[in-house]
Design a protein around this ligand. Sequence first.
Ligand code: NAD
Length: 332
Amino acid sequence: VVNPRTGDIVIDLGVFEYGDIPKDEIRFDDRVAIITGAGGGLGRTYALELAKRGAKVVVNDLGGARDGSGKGSSSAADKVVEEIKKAGGEAVANYDNVATAKGGENIVKSAVKAFGKVDILINNAGILRDKSFLKMEPENWDAVMAVHLQGAYNVTRPAFKVMKENGYGRIIMTTSAAGLYGNFGQTNYSSAKMALVGFMNTLKLEGGKYDIKVNTIAPIAASRLTEDIMPPDIFAKMAPEYVSAMTLYLCSDRCPVNGNIYNAGMGFFNRAAVITGPGVVLAGGEDGFPTAEAIRDNLPRVSALKNGKPYYQLNDQVGDAMTALMNPPSAD
Ligand code: NAD
């Protein structure tokens, strides 16, 4: 694509040709969905909306406190199941802990037992243990990793097996702007949330040929996780219902993308991606290898993101590096 103002050739990162996508209502009839941490907040909203559109839903929630402490209670998941049933939908509750391998297996088993399969998995369960870095003791690091990262692994692995056998699946990872961009006091949470992006990046490749698509949502919503972070007037405009359209679409059989990240909140949606710049080949020093001084002298060119692109997989980056190397060094 040529930029009409500057004449630069730019890669259009935003517009995809998806072909003919039917414009009828997006339905989930005969689909079975597992939503972890669906006893409140965003997960509850996803569960209600999916059920309203015909999905059979497993509402998982261990019902613990915001920081993951406490014994847990079945009432959070039960209430959402009741809401779904009252509205004429189908759902079962599950109280397992995503942070254990056994818990993950049980969640998937309860879907298969109740509804015979798993088509959709939304990895949504989460806790917070915010501390500035030196106060971040190992137990606060580990607890957050266990729920967000191991939790997604524990549930996704048995779910992926069922999806692969059936030749269909939609998996959602839940990241956060804290992980994508950084947020003071959340080294544990940011690490876990960004790790889920890496998890998606590879799983999307492994699931592709079985029509298993893996995408990631970075929500912003009023919930107990954000009630003390957001000013009250903004909090009121951030109902989780403003997020669910994106999550639902990514869960649908119409979803054309695999491996994308979307920010969603307050009715605003945009795509986030790891963009890689075009780079530069640097000539070697006396021993033939590029020097630290060459990096210093060329840092703006090495760092430039203009005409950057989001690679689909590792080989794309290696391919571009090889192509650049086959041309003579363009800087010294
Ligand atoms: P929430 O606290 O209302 O929901 C999280 C749910 O997960 C709770 O009901 C909790 O009981 C459940 N849960 C916690 N640990 C669990 C475990 N081990 N096993 C099973 N269930 C467990 O918070 P929310 O804001 O709705 O968060 C949902 C997801 O969205 C989380 O992954 C969170 O990190 C992410 N997120 C939220 C925001 C936001 O602005 N609210 C922003 C970025 C990311």
